[in-house]
Design a protein around this ligand. Structure first.
Ligand code: GLN
Length: 446
């Protein structure tokens, strides 16, 4: 069924970079046989799933939507992918993204853009735009995305689906091609909150292969979906509903708060005073880490090797010049600059100090409130081509998502209405490792 739907709509949506038809059919056959013989079923038994193409899948291409890795076949599975296989999901293929997960519109993919299923003149968001569009267009039942600065939640908001960024360290990053290691986190993208709880259940957990993996016991997330939010205390940051947020988006969020209020939750305005510095801190920190992480793409070890090089320096230089797209180069240049001696204290260290202040803002609010609620993005999806030449405007779209990554805490985006026919998302932010409360509130609202 999933293969048929992909055949019908993916020509138009272009969410996939590769469809692994043979593999999907083989696994489906095996699961059928297992069903016939009455074997025990995995948590995600038979569900068609898509994987963002920055997670390694053994034996198949993992390109990160980059020319640098257009022929790169992974030799092992990312832990999250492995866990989906154990839960008996059927992996349908690899989904489009902005190159190396850098971007918010999928227009930075080196291969092709992905189109928003609600209206193909609009972007699906990014960087997990393929993952969001494939779920929204019902090509797969669920997908995995990665979120470094909003890349699960922002496309979920733009495509009218649910996207959860877990607490940093809850889901193993082993086999996720690193963008910014202190921020990256894998999470579920689903049609509804209940599915998000099940997929999270399947992929969360300690992994000795990831030194930043949290060694904590994993609760039963679906049992948190009680529908009960009586007495729950919600903080609504004034910075998240003020200037710069589209009035219709603000209205949708206030209407959502009324729904929660009617169920017995209480909300009050609070303040996260350092929000205005989050985008600057995020782009300095993420680009610094990216410049270091992407140093491995040297033309020697794997991926692209320029044919035109006559010596080793040329080989590095030409392979990287030919292999990376303009946005990736921009980040490498920004990051290398911020880390260079003489500027390190002024940019990188300063950004880390701001990161601490942002985390303290959240700690202060969470001392009195259970969750923080606001919009996921200040606007609905924008038109393809409208921001592509304006990186700064593109970066500023991330103002309400990046603080969560800087603080390492969990947040979900759930659909909360339409503005001019395009979906917008409600963001629910929780305390570290308190995915259960985040899911409970999202479920009660949805
Ligand atoms: N839009 C942000 C960026 O371009 C987020 C990316 C992400 O979360 N992977 O960096």
């Amino acid at each position: 069924q999933s293969l048929r739907r992909i055949g019908e709509v993916d020509g138009k949506i272009q969410a996939f970079l590769q469809v692994d038809e043979d593999n999907a059919k083989r696994v489906a056959r095996e699961l059928d046989e297992q069903l016939a013989s009455g074997g025990e079923q995995g948590l995600l038994f038979g569900l068609p799933a898509g994987i963002k193409d920055n997670m390694l899948t053994e034996g198949s291409l993992t390109t990160c939507a980059s020319k640098f890795l257009s022929n790169y076949k992974a030799i092992y599975d990312a832990t999250a992918v492995q866990k989906l296989k154990q839960a008996q999901a059927v992996l349908m293929g690899k989904l489009n993204l902005d190159e190396f997960a850098m971007g918010g519109s999928n227009e930075n993919s080196a291969f092709h853009p992905t189109y928003n299923p609600w209206n193909t003149e609009y972007v699906p968001g990014g960087s997990s735009g393929g993952s969001a569009a494939a779920v929204a267009a019902r090509e797969v039942y669920f997908s995995l995305g990665s979120d470094t600065g909003g890349s699960i939640r922002q496309p979920a908001s733009f495509c009218g689906i649910v996207g959860l960024k877990p607490t940093y360290g809850l889901v193993s990053r082993f086999g996720l091609v690193a963008f910014a290691s202190s921020l990256d986190q894998i999470g579920p993208m689903t049609k509804n909150v209940e599915d998000a709880a099940y997929v999270l259940q399947a992929i969360a957990g300690h992994d000795p292969m990831d030194s930043t993996s949290a060694n904590v016991s994993i609760p039963d997330y679906s049992s948190a979906l009680t529908g009960d939010v009586k007495g729950l205390k919600i903080g609504v940051p004034k910075e998240y509903i003020g200037e710069g947020v589209a009035p219709e988006v603000r209205e949708a969020v206030l209407a959502a708060l009324k729904v929660l209020e009617a169920q017995g939750a209480v909300w009050e305005e609070v303040s996260l005073p350092h929000t205005e510095y989050a985008v600057a801190a995020y782009y300095l920190i993420s680009s610094s880490e990216a410049s270091s992480n992407l140093a491995r793409f040297d033309g020697v070890r794997y991926g692209k090797r320029s044919e035109n090089a006559e010596n080793l320096l040329d080989l590095y230089h030409l392979s990287r010049s030919e292999g990376f797209g303009p946005e990736v180069k921009r980040r490498i240049v920004i990051g290398t600059y911020a880390l260079s001696s003489g500027y390190y204290d002024a940019y990188y260290v300063k950004a880390q100090k701001v990161r601490t202040l942002i985390k303290q803002d959240f700690d202060n609010v969470f001392a009195k409130y259970d969750v923080i609620v606001g919009p996921t993005v200040p606007t609905p999806a924008f038109k393809i081509g409208s921001q592509v030449d304006d990186p700064l405007t593109m970066y500023l779209n991330d103002i309400l998502t990046v603080p969560v990554n800087l603080a390492g805490i969990p947040a979900i985006s759930v659909p909360c209405g339409l503005v001019d026919g395009m979906p917008v998302g409600l963001q629910i932010i929780g305390k570290a490792l308190d995915e259960s409360t985040v899911l409970r509130v999202a479920h009660a609202f949805e």
